[in-house]
Design a protein around this ligand. Sequence first.
Ligand SMILES: NC(=O)c1ccc[n+]([C@@H]2O[C@H](COP(=O)([O-])OP(=O)(O)OC[C@H]3O[C@@H](n4cnc5c(N)ncnc54)[C@H](OP(=O)(O)O)[C@@H]3O)[C@@H](O)[C@H]2O)c1
Length: 311
Amino acid sequence: MEYTLLGRTALKVSKMGLGCGGPSQIGQRYGRSVEESVAVVRHALDSGINFIDTAESYQTEAIVGQAIRGYDRESLVISTKKSTSRPITAKDVETSLERSLSRLGTSYVDIYHLHAPALRDYAFIVKEIVPTLQHLKAEGKIRFLGITERFNHEPQHKMLQRASQDDFWDVMMVGFNLLNQTARKYVFPKTMKKNIGVLIMYAVRRALSQPERPRQGIQELLKNKQIDPSDLDRDNPLGFLIHPDGGAVSLTDAAYRFCRYEPGTHVILSGTGNIEHLTENIESFTRPPLPESDIRRLKHVFRNADSITGQ
Ligand SMILES: NC(=O)c1ccc[n+]([C@@H]2O[C@H](COP(=O)([O-])OP(=O)(O)OC[C@H]3O[C@@H](n4cnc5c(N)ncnc54)[C@H](OP(=O)(O)O)[C@@H]3O)[C@@H](O)[C@H]2O)c1
């Protein structure tokens, strides 16, 4: 596993991070037992992944807490989040953090995010919530402050564009994948300038892990006139990525390798409840970049695509 520094946090993190939310929630979404999900997390840790992302709303914090027991806490980077789907107060943040720490079985979280606030709530957050987060950081319960986006509602990153004007966010979680590459224009130049740590979500999601989904996404982009029909084979639109000459071995492999080498990204989150998928994905992170000609073609085909996220 390759490691990097997470921007200005200087935390040493694996390029592949285990996402404990998303469509799988380490298997909890589709009936895996707690023991099976604990085994997925431990398999990730034993394979060299040291970055784990969870959230109070995923209901996987306690599983992560159980899984990390017995591992050297200081070698792990634990990221969790305070929900913002309902109006929150500074007091809620303090209470939620205490509960998260208790479920995770730790005295501090490395990164505490506000989870996907809407752009319209951002001014309130800066005024009412950020001072409390800074206080909790000074107390040592949070090492670094993060913010994640509602990519599915804001595929052009409006809230993160606003947040990147401020100086208190050490880390941002950004939606980015081969179908929606808009973060390259709207987010990464700003995060690189401020040396903000960048975590990538939606690298695979549903669109790039389920056989019928890429075609559906491409059809939507064609309908929205955001791609040129002459650029792709409609029956197998992303098939050109899979070939023996250094190409991808599968669509998920292409999706992870595409994000993994994008300048300005630090950790690519990968979520699964399936140890075989986890093993395959770890393999993808050991492979070189996709061939330059394939990357050039992806950049060309999806250059105007900003209306889908890969949900
Ligand atoms: N706004 C936010 O804060 C936010 C939003 C979304 C996600 N996140 C974070 O980002 C992480 C990543 O989430 P994501 O949205 O990018 O989705 P994801 O969790 O990476 O989803 C990938 C999907 O693809 C499947 N999959 C994975 N590897 C596969 C393989 N090799 N072959 C076939 N299928 C495979 C998984 O199902 P199986 O279980 O069957 O493998 C899973 O359903 C989340 O876990 C969460 O931590 C944060």
